[in-house]
Design a protein around this ligand. Sequence first.
Ligand code: GAP
Length: 441
Amino acid sequence: MSLAKRRGFVFQSSEIYGGLGSVWDYGPLGVELKKNIKERWWRSMVHERHDIEGLDAAILMHPKVWEASGHVSGFTDPLVDCKQCKNRFRADDPRIKGTPGQPDAQCPVCGSKGTLTAPRQFNLMFKTFMGPVEDQAAVVYLRPETAQGIYVNYLNVQQSSRQKIPFGIAQIGKAFRNEITPGNFIFRTREFEQMEMQFFVKPGTENEWFDTWRAERMNWVKGLGIREEKLRWHQHGKDELAHYAADAYDIQYEFPFGWQEFEGIHNRTDFDLSNHQQHAGKKLEYLDPKTNEKFLPYVVETSAGADRTTLVVLCDAYREEEVRGEEAAEGGEQRVVLKLKPSLAPLKAAVFPLVNKDGMPELAHRIHDDLRRHFNVFYDDGGSIGRRYRRQDEAGTPYGVTIDGQSTQDQTVTVRDRDTLKQDRVSTGKLVEYLTQKLAG
Ligand code: GAP
């Protein structure tokens, strides 16, 4: 967290006012990293597939959507209040001793006995009002998942894009949940981004597609460069399944605070479409053009958090290690390095004139201007070259281009590899090609 703040990945929202609970802002490096992850997802889910279309539905939706989806009645957490200190807890908070509502229950904050209420259901959706009148009739919700925007548009998308079942719709967008026990940095927040895809299939084929999508998604996650031993599956037990799911598997990562989910694959059956059909009073059946058969599709969902995936990538890349080889100072030196996959790194290369004289800055600026037309690159002429390398190690920048005395003579530069610390000498005319090759994948 301290590196994320120091280097401009993530800041606390409204920090100068003391911060807003579990809301975070992405700084210059963080916005690039998260954007690279989202673009990678979009490319693999939409551009590289013939059977998935993209969508960007609005955050605000008709309030009946959330009645139909079951979120008004079912998207709740059981909470207890302490009548003494007025704190609120999840009923299953492990710090609570005894049974809430009974005289033996003890408040984990003020220590009073018998002051905890019996559990009450608390809805996690944020409410606001649409239009000038703040009354019950004007209530709208901030969406708690992007999926519903896809369901209510599924026939629009299918008909306008002439897709045939099986096909999917993908969306990246913000979602909001009034989480009661948020925390662990950007792991659980009240405003977050989801990357969701709903795949519409013929009833009876959902189990096959469920397996296919589990395999596809795990491959994609591995493609982010995450260490495999830090990844595992977790199948939801009956008591864990969301109100809409018949079966669900999470992809979990071993965070510093334990194994936790960052993506889920869900068999949502026809739960959502049949409820929308009923509540909206509109037929949502698909007409199979070959067989003339009409049916309500089943849905296999892949649902990833863009912020949580970013946290996975950051945690997995973070290393503290001893510098070896030429760069090591006498007696050894520690460095913090983000070993991000080059294609995900916010900055692809940094350009360093070795010293600020003898024509080196002029050549370095020319190279920087040339490179920035192709990649997100950074110019740094402040401090010793060792210190400049360390700053880029912390930012996860995979390549350092140094312009030295030889460069002004023969138009070559050194390119330092962040992970191996090895240096190649490359001619300036070949630099774009060299980096393009290294950054692929
Ligand atoms: N549409 C299905 C759905 O929303 P979910 O398991 O509730 O399923 C899917 O959420 C993903 O969204 C999670 O795996 C996580 O990555 C992300 N997510 C959910 N709640 C979050 C929160 N409060 N903060 C950050 N990410 C969250």
